[in-house]
Design a protein around this ligand. Structure first.
Ligand SMILES: NC(=O)c1ccc[n+]([C@@H]2O[C@H](COP(=O)([O-])OP(=O)(O)OC[C@H]3O[C@@H](n4cnc5c(N)ncnc54)[C@H](OP(=O)(O)O)[C@@H]3O)[C@@H](O)[C@H]2O)c1
Length: 290
């Protein structure tokens, strides 16, 4: 029965000689890296994409040795159109069937909109929106042909709220909510699961890279990474993986995050904006004049 296929835990693979393959963007750290480990443990081969070749090589070495999995790596700055063309020709040349696509790569920008850098914001839109659309468009037809596929987009609890002083980030994550929900509906008949994973604060390099407030420390400083509050990325990836395999449209990992979304979506927008500004002032991630 088709419905059961969508819900089944193991992807249906037409060529029984090959292992399923998962493509993960932003796999060199945080949630993307945790997804890479999770899929390797579950018996997948991997195609990992990020900018840092040295880290990609190390991850390739570790995962292929520890989990007897094939790890392909692709160095690409996904804010650049040329990178997407490179990926498209790579996929065409290799003629590989992709079973899972994890659109994860992302970064944050904090500040009042008039003070932030427009070029960086356009790069954010390119990474979070354009790249997600382009990769999905590249990979979806083959999944539809095979009547099987799994696509997970990494949104945020901010997919459900406006976010003052992170307005472009919040806008990107809201876009992903709308896009993922619509795509899930459209492709259900083709046996494809589409999940929006909506983490809250997670202990990754995200805030260190955004260089905000008290997190503006050296990215290589493991101590500052470990001092962060929030969910462990492994747990976020674990819950995202299960939701994707079950066919859940939305996955909000962690009880606190689920409560946050339940409350936030019931509040009037003007009140929510003030409340979020206060919370983020308290967390030290807003500019001083917020
Ligand atoms: N951490 C949180 O609290 C949190 C909460 C909600 C949602 N999220 C979302 O979770 C996703 C993953 O973030 P994370 O928290 O795991 O952060 P992270 O540790 O900073 O990881 C970000 C990943 O994205 C890659 N990346 C960044 N810019 C890229 C580019 N231009 N081209 C290709 N790859 C790029 C980075 O690799 P390279 O540097 O090697 O390119 C890295 O692997 C993001 O979409 C983020 O918005 C995070």
């Amino acid at each position: 029965m088709k419905f059961m296929e969508i819900k089944s835990k193991t992807p249906r693979i037409i060529d029984t000689h090959r292992k399923p393959l998962a493509v993960i963007t932003g796999a060199t750290s945080g949630i993307g890296y945790s997804f890479a480990v999770k899929f390797a443990k579950e018996g997948y081969d991997l195609l990992l994409i990020a900018r840092d070749t040295q880290r990609l090589n190390q991850i390739e070495h570790d995962l292929s040795n520890n989990y007897n999995t094939k790890v392909y790596i692709l160095t690409a700055d996904l804010t650049k159109r040329e990178a997407l063309i490179k990926i498209e020709s790579y996929l065409k040349n290799e003629a590989i069937d992709i079973d899972v696509l994890i659109n994860n790569a992302g970064f944050g920008i904090h500040g009042a909109f008039q003070d932030t850098e427009i070029n960086r914001e356009l790069e954010m839109v390119d990474l979070q929106i354009s790249t997600t659309l382009a990769l999905t468009k590249m990979i979806l037809p083959n999944m539809q042909k095979r009547k099987s596929g799994y696509i997970l987009n990494v949104g945020s609890v901010y997919s459900f709220t406006p976010v003052p002083f992170q307005s472009v980030y919040g806008g990107c994550k809201s876009f992903l909510y709308s896009f993922s929900s619509s795509l899930a509906y459209e492709t259900k008949k083709d046996g494809i699961n589409v999940t929006l994973l909506c983490p809250g604060i997670t202990k990754t390099e995200f805030r260190l890279r955004s260089k905000v407030g008290r997190y503006a420390q050296n990215i290589n400083n493991k101590l500052s990474r470990n001092k962060q509050k929030g969910m462990e990325p492994d747990l976020v990836a674990e819950q995202g993986y299960k939701a994707l395999m079950r066919g859940d449209r939305i996955c909000i990992p962690g009880l606190t995050n689920r409560i946050f979304v339940q409350i936030a979506t019931r509040l009037p927008t003007s009140f929510l904006n003030s409340a979020l500004t206060l919370i983020n002032n308290f967390r030290g991630v807003n500019p001083k004049n917020a």
